[in-house]
Unconditional design. Structure first.
Length: 337
């Protein structure tokens, strides 16, 4: 069993811990938190050994009556690999600790690409990260774009990608980002950081991205235009995307007209935390005009990177190939809406 440590048990970390626990070849050796909040109590209730991410705060856990298994250094030393799910910027600071313990680590997409040895997306470059010390699982938006681009590139060739990202203003629990009543170009200058980030997965890709931030918490929305080398029909593209395990082409009859309806659907389907791990592509939006493909997709920012982290564990350690890992992850998590 692969012994996995999760450093940071917030929005991403708690989801990764549950996904790892569901895998037949992995075990959560422990999770680390900086403070004894509700997530720390939940981790203990779920049976995850809890470690202090900051040694000077051990007393806070004692005062709250929350038992600790040790410090994050002890957790890292015990693990085969660490998933760092700390807030942006902290993961890069933790790299020295991971290297000191000679424990491979996964960073999240909020870190700069140069903080890691390589960037990772399971569908796009699984075979490139085996044996690396520090690998960055790209952000929710880059994950969604990579999942879309790779099958299009394989089937038809991609000349250029243009994407407009309408981004949620914050996650539901991020009260510090609200109240919000505005629509912001984010960033004002072009391109947004998403295009260069996609190029860490597809170095030769011609992609332009721009971003808007809106007062919403549910999901991101992408308006996509891809110029293809070939000229497939819209039906052929739709069939291609329907064949991908982590893209959900929404059938018209479901009447899912927006992000709120998608989240409600995920909740009704029994998804933990109403998570949507797949790209959600409106089938009727898939349109071809000559060699230009157009479509809309929704990306759940809290959860789409979770299966990618699980696959990255196997990819870095070299315990399984791409096809087998993705199938195992999907089956264990219950992928497929």
């Amino acid at each position: 069993m692969i012994q996995v440590a999760v450093n940071g048990y917030g929005t991403i970390g708690k989801r990764v811990a549950d996904a790892v626990r569901a895998q037949p070849d992995m075990e959560v050796v422990g999770v680390a938190k900086t403070s004894p909040n509700f997530e720390a109590e939940t981790a203990v209730d779920k049976g995850y050994p809890l470690y202090a991410a900051i040694e000077d705060r051990i007393e806070l856990f004692d005062d709250a009556g929350i038992d600790l298994a040790g410090t994050v250094d002890e957790l890292v030393a015990e693990a085969d690999i660490v998933v760092d799910a700390c807030p942006s910027g902290i993961g890069a600071d933790n790299v020295a600790m991971y290297r000191e313990h000679d424990t491979p680590a996964l960073l999240q997409g909020g870190e700069d690409a140069d903080a890691a040895d390589a960037s990772f997306n399971a569908r796009s470059n699984y075979d490139t990260v085996e044996g690396l010390d520090v690998v960055r699982v790209v952000s929710c938006n880059t994950t969604g774009l990579s999942r879309l681009i790779k099958p299009l590139e394989e089937a038809y060739g991609v000349e250029k990608v243009r994407a407009t990202l309408v981004r949620r203003g914050g996650d539901p629990a991020q009260t510090g980002r609200g109240p919000i009543n505005d629509i912001l170009p984010n960033p004002v200058g072009l391109p947004s950081h998403h295009g260069p980030d996609v190029e860490t997965i597809f170095p030769d890709l011609d992609i332009d991205t721009l971003g808007l931030k809106v007062p919403a918490t549910l999901m991101h929305m992408h308006s996509i235009n891809v110029t293809l080398a070939d000229r497939p029909s819209a039906d052929a593209v739709r069939e291609l995307l329907e064949g991908e395990s982590r893209t959900f082409v929404i059938p018209e009859h479901l009447d899912l007209d927006g992000a709120g309806a998608i989240k409600e659907y995920a909740m009704d389907r029994g998804r933990p935390r109403a998570d949507v791990w797949e790209n959600c592509i409106w089938g009727e939006s898939v349109t071809m005009e000559d060699d230009d493909l157009y479509l809309f997709q929704a990306i759940h920012q809290e959860s789409d990177v979770v299966p990618e982290n699980v696959d990255a564990i196997r990819a870095v350690l070299g315990t399984d190939d791409q096809t087998a890992s993705i199938e195992t992850t999907n089956d264990a998590m219950g992928m497929g809406l």
